[in-house]
Design a protein around this ligand. Sequence first.
Ligand code: TRP
Length: 448
Amino acid sequence: MSDGREQWKSKIGFILAAAGSAIGLGAVWKLPYVAGTSGGGAFFLIFLVFTLLLGTSLLLAEFIIGRKTQKPPIQAYKELAPGTLWYGLGILGIISSCLILSFYSVVGGWIITYFVRSLTGSLTDPATGDYGALFDSIISNHWEVGAAHLVFIIITILIVQGGIQKGIERASSIMMPSLFIIFIILVIRSLTLDGAMEGVAFFLQPDLSNVDGETILFALGQAFFSLSLGVSIMVTYSSYLGKQESLVRSASSIVGLSVLIALLSGLAIFPGVFAFGLEPNEGPSLIFTVLPAVFSEMAFGSVFLSLFLLLLLFATLTSAFSLLEIVVSSTAKNNPKRRRIAAWVGGISIFLIGVPSNLSYGILSDWHIFGDIFFNQVDFLVSNILLPIGAFLIAVFVPLKINRQDLKEELLRGSKLGTGFFQAWLIVIRYITPIAIMAAFLNVLGIW
Ligand code: TRP
């Protein structure tokens, strides 16, 4: 390309990296616990509808912005809407990404701790028995989880500072397929536990009488979170994509993979919850208490558990790379030295913002802000407020600032779909997405 910007080595590299950003703790850790606390099957159904309709359309919208401008978000918004405040959308994305990474890296640290402990076999040892108590004792061990948190951030920094192609692309192409395989093994074990079907029913049988405004807002937030939408990350990634690739095809693969992992994850967790007499609504610790129990029922369980945790760690890292990448690419342009500085300064600041989240499960557990611990409030603020706002603004921006002909050309290039698809997409972006997000907010605020 003329300005010598790096590009993805291959289309599959882009898909893997974008899917790598999408697939991570959102599907594996967050979805089960949020579904567990907000209505089970009804939540999952609403999440699916939002993902397939609004999520896919918004993913395409972010792709269009990135590929059309070939620039990172702030510069992209400036180019498309010169002289306006729309570049604030890029800044909002950076702030949201930092906040997400701040608690994301805490959970990344938990996974590292669990992984290290799994190597000694102490997590599947039947003598331990009570995995809930085990979680509590591990998590309140501040030095251990603090160190693991720091290690997680440092790995993220080291990979991001190396540049987009070498780091992210190479890593994703091995890790994602492996995670998928071990997930299938896990689901098979889970589904064959005694009492598994109760869990399947909880997860897949929607009981719509459980649904309230909050369920809808959470499902909306979860749909954006698990596709990495609303913070312009997908703008960043697609800005490295060649002009010839079909955006629609890439988006379908990413949404498909991500929904599949969410489904597998629910099918791995909920049968275990019911088979072991646990509660589905225990919150962020859910997978950490259920999975070791399921693995302990498996031949070579401790080996599989270690392998699973390792791959989950990789999936978590590929999402974390994307969160730090947006901060770095926005501040460093293409200068390698500035890239290194931005990665370290950004990464360490994010670590510091995350410390109170980490301590929320220990010495700060009594420190409540608006009635909940710091960790949960940061998660709530980002997932259910900032991401939907970002998504809303992107949905308004795209049809407003990019002309119809350009939109159509970017969207359909390289795909066999016709004008009908373009028009349907435009309706979803222009009307349905902003209205749905507004309605969810107004409803939760009690105004509508
Ligand atoms: N989508 C990732 C996950 O599900 C997390 C993530 C990465 C993210 N980048 C994001 C969430 C940007 C929201 C916005 O684990």
